[in-house]
Design a protein around this ligand. Structure first.
Ligand SMILES: Cc1cc2nc3c(=O)[nH]c(=O)nc-3n(C[C@H](O)[C@H](O)[C@H](O)COP(=O)(O)OP(=O)(O)OC[C@H]3O[C@@H](n4cnc5c(N)ncnc54)[C@H](O)[C@@H]3O)c2cc1C
Length: 490
């Protein structure tokens, strides 16, 4: 079965609503600079240079905080063409300069007093922190000062993921709401023509984002319900779920390799959903997911009875061959990273793809490999070579023992023209880092080494470092806009 025309059209329309990667950087700088552009075109009460700098940091920090609401990986408009990995790395770095700008905002107001009379500066600072006039600003800053470090340290906090996520949303809303109140009521440029309207517009946009995430999508999880058709056990504490649309729910128009956010039973609320890659081909009805037991939600998966209502939000992501055309394909999976790789492989089989395909699959020990008979059977349809690598050996293990090191990657890519190959890698953070660096060393171009991480531990790859430099460049551009504003207004 193939995806009907209207569903393919729907998928195309959805893709049409994804912003081009080149537009995202300039749009970000523009969104952060919007209050300054407005302030520079209107007349305001004269102020000293440091006061202008402090106000500019406050306004830009607040605008950048609002933008964080749409860089959380939940909006395909923003992340659809750059992938969740890149958008999350941006979100995490940008959070730090939002915090820095907003911490500097009150400090710079008192800086000259500090240089002249530190005692008086303390008093002014204490007044800022305690006067009712500034209370909303202090609340915003306090919420942000908890939010950003707590998110960076999340893995080490003794908090359930759902609790952390709920707190993250609550603190973000508090910081933004209180920050907007502060800007409108006491902002130095708050009274400048059009400025209150801008902040009210920002507030309305944030409310709309929340309404989409926790209203419209919540309704969708209930109205467009799915049902669990079956659960099959795989080795390595993994389960394969076959999920089918309930009567009246349309098939999902997705591309192989994408992922969905999934909830089950009565807990079909966006705060409780989890991301899982689609392990099937759109050529087959319904959705297949391969889920590894990793905690409270995934530990329950294997015991869900057929018929359980399932909420599906998606599809998301660009971990697809359609987004990265090439003459030959390297598929590389580590552990449960086999989930989207099976989606891609099953789709290549369904389409009878004639390109050379090389599949490397690594796991801790021979008892943890899933789908081996199906991978073997795919050879009958595809020009497929398979490299299985287990860290531990066992009697009768037909694959190799060790890790996917440089030598094995070279063996995998042998005979392929590096510039014409695309590599799709999915697995634990450390494996993804090592393999992507290894493939770059073999001559694959950076834009053809594509990966999706299920966790963000495991070091930074060369590609991550380049992304960071680009993100820092954006921060630099915003800082330049602030400097220009101060120079013009001083
Ligand atoms: C894009 C993407 C695709 C994924 N695809 C798959 C897949 O196909 N198969 C698979 O087994 N796993 C996949 N994962 C990982 C999977 O989402 C987590 O293992 C799962 O959510 C763990 O939930 P838990 O409650 O069982 O474990 P917990 O003990 O609650 O969490 C274990 C860790 O999983 C992560 N996690 C937990 N809940 C969430 C959440 N709601 N959103 C994001 N991360 C979370 C956190 O880092 C947490 O520390 C994917 C992750 C991402 C980001």
């Amino acid at each position: 079965m193939t995806v009907p025309d209207h569903e393919a059209d729907a998928a195309r329309r959805r893709r049409g609503l994804r912003l081009p990667p080149r537009a995202l950087g300039p749009l970000y700088v523009l969104a952060c600079a919007a209050p300054l552009v407005l302030a520079v075109t209107r007349s305001a009460a004269p102020a000293a240079t440091w006061e202008i700098a402090a106000a500019a940091l406050g306004m830009v920090g607040l605008a950048a905080m609002a933008v964080q609401a749409v860089t959380s990986g939940r909006f395909e408009l923003v992340s659809g063409r750059i992938g969740i990995d890149r958008v999350m790395s941006f979100h995490k770095i940008a959070a730090w300069w939002v915090l820095l700008a907003l911490l500097l905002h009150p400090l710079i107001y008192v800086l000259p007093t500090w240089l002249a009379d530190p005692g008086l500066a303390w008093e002014r600072l204490r007044a800022y922190l305690t006067l009712p006039h500034y209370r909303s600003g202090v609340i915003a800053l306090a919420a942000l000062a908890v939010l950003v470090p707590a998110s960076a340290l999340r893995e080490r906090l003794p908090l359930r993921y759902e609790l952390w996520r709920g707190a993250h949303v609550a603190l973000s809303v508090l910081a933004l709401g209180a920050g907007l109140h502060h800007a409108i009521t006491v902002g130095r440029f708050g009274m400048v023509g059009g400025m209150p309207l801008l902040w009210w517009g920002v507030g309305a946009a944030v409310v709309a984002v929340l309404a989409v995430l926790y209203g419209w999508r919540w309704a969708q999880l209930h109205r467009g319900a799915w049902r669990l058709a079956s659960v099959t056990r795989h080795p390595g504490r993994m389960w394969e779920l076959d999920i089918q649309p309930a009567p009246g729910t349309p098939e999902l128009a997705y591309t192989a390799g994408q992922f969905v956010w999934m909830t089950e039973g009565a807990r079909r609320f966006p705060l409780f959903d989890h991301p899982f890659s689609i392990a099937g081909s759109p050529a087959r009805p319904g959705l297949r997911l391969i889920v590894k037991q990793a905690g409270d939600f995934t530990d329950r998966i294997g015991s869900l009875p057929p018929g359980t209502p399932i909420g599906i939000d998606g599809p998301y992501g660009d971990f697809t061959l359609e987004a990265h055309p090439a003459d030959a394909v390297l598929l590389i999976a580590g552990g449960v990273g086999i989930a989207p790789i099976m989606g891609l492989l099953r789709d290549l089989v369904a389409r009878g793809d004639r390109r050379p395909v090389r599949l490397a699959y690594a796991a801790g020990d021979p008892a943890k490999f899933a789908c081996l008979p199906e991978i073997e059977a795919a050879r009958a349809t595809l020009d497929l070579e398979v490299l299985l690598v287990s860290e531990q050996d066992a009697a009768g293990w037909p694959g190799e023992v060790g890790r996917l090191d440089h030598g094995r990657l070279a063996q995998l890519a042998q005979g392929l023209e590096p510039a014409r190959v695309v590599a799709l890698i999915c697995g634990p953070g450390a494996m993804v880092t090592a393999v992507s660096d290894g493939l770059l060393a073999l001559g694959l171009p950076m834009e053809r080494v594509i990966y999706e991480r299920f966790d963000y531990a495991g070091g930074t790859s060369r590609i991550d470092r380049r992304r960071r430099r680009r993100v820092m460049g954006l921060g630099g551009a915003v800082a330049l806009v602030i400097a220009l504003f101060v120079a013009v207004m001083a």
